[in-house]
Design a protein around this ligand. Structure first.
Ligand SMILES: [Fe+2]
Ligand SMILES: [Fe+2]
Length: 276
């Protein structure tokens, strides 16, 4: 099993990969390929896929972590290149309108393509329960129980009938890859909260998590919350590596590194390849 970071906010110095705020991962088994999220734009996504010598027509499954533009912006451009009928896995709440309001008018930050337009090209597999997207690769399904802090933002809103209300991020999910007798947790933005996602995966999949990677959305976490997160991760002896990127945040990276030492590896920019 191999995970390649195709798009991230960061690229290495002198790298031919392009970066922008967003994330995409390619997951490859011996026989098949899945793409998790599509970054913010087709321009960057298709450029980086070409550098990796990955023809979009060879992708067997698409999965979307949540609706935000930095995870779905490349979908429209990708549609023209993937095989018709390619399955797309996501939560049914993916198509709800989402907004960000820092000042003035709310700005649309959700999906920029309609469900009908996607369904014309792809096989939509929308389910709040975990779904197996390729052998050994699952969506987490909806992270229902959230007793721990979420990876939220005061600016994020969603449409509820005629009103805009605080986004509950019910569409948020991650991927789980089985690697031997342990799991790899691959996060998109982790709005449901890393600790909530971790507990959900441990309950649902009943194997220890050995690797965590992707956007962990700890940018708004307090120092106490970061310490709690580090303590929970430290208490898991099976956890071998954390490769945070995208929306994790500098303070979180420092806190995790101080507590977990060399178990936390960085950078994980566009072009990074992780083998399991
Ligand atoms: Fe997001
Ligand atoms: Fe994000």
């Amino acid at each position: 099993m191999r995970i390649t970071c195709v798009v991230d906010d960061a690229v290495l110095r002198s790298s031919p990969f392009w970066g922008e705020h967003g994330v995409t991962f390619l997951i490859e088994t011996e026989a098949q390929r899945a793409l998790f999220d599509t970054g913010q734009s087709g321009t960057v996504l298709l450029h980086n896929l070409e550098l990796l010598d990955v023809e979009p027509a060879t992708i067997d499954a698409l999965a979307i972590s949540h609706a935000h533009y930095d995870h779905t912006g490349g979908l429209s451009a990708l549609l023209e290149h993937v095989r018709p009928g390619t399955p797309l896995y996501a939560n049914p709440d993916l198509f709800r309108e989402r907004f960000s309001r820092r000042e003035g008018k709310p700005r649309r930050v959700g999906l920029s393509i309609s469900e009908e337009a996607l369904a014309a090209h792809l096989a939509l597999c929308l389910d709040a329960a975990p779904q197996e997207i390729l052998p050994g690769i699952w969506t987490t399904g909806e992270i229902v129980e959230r007793p721990e802090p979420e990876g939220s933002s005061d600016y994020h809103l969603m449409r509820e009938s005629d009103a805009l209300v605080a986004d509950t991020y019910r569409d948020d999910m991650a991927l789980v890859l089985q690697a031997g007798e342990s799991l790899v947790l691959l996060c998109g933005c982790c709005h449901a909260g890393l600790l909530n996602t971790l507990a959900h995966v441990e309950r649902a999949f009943e194997l220890p998590i050995a690797v965590i990677t992707g956007g962990l959305h700890l940018t708004s976490a307090s120092a106490n919350e970061l310490q709690d997160t580090a303590d929970v991760l430290s208490a898991r002896p099976a956890l071998q590596r954390v490769y945070p990127n995208h929306c994790t945040g500098e303070a979180a990276f420092v806190a995790l590194t101080q507590n977990l030492g060399s178990h936390v590896v960085r950078p994980c920019p566009a072009g990074t390849i992780l083998e399991f």
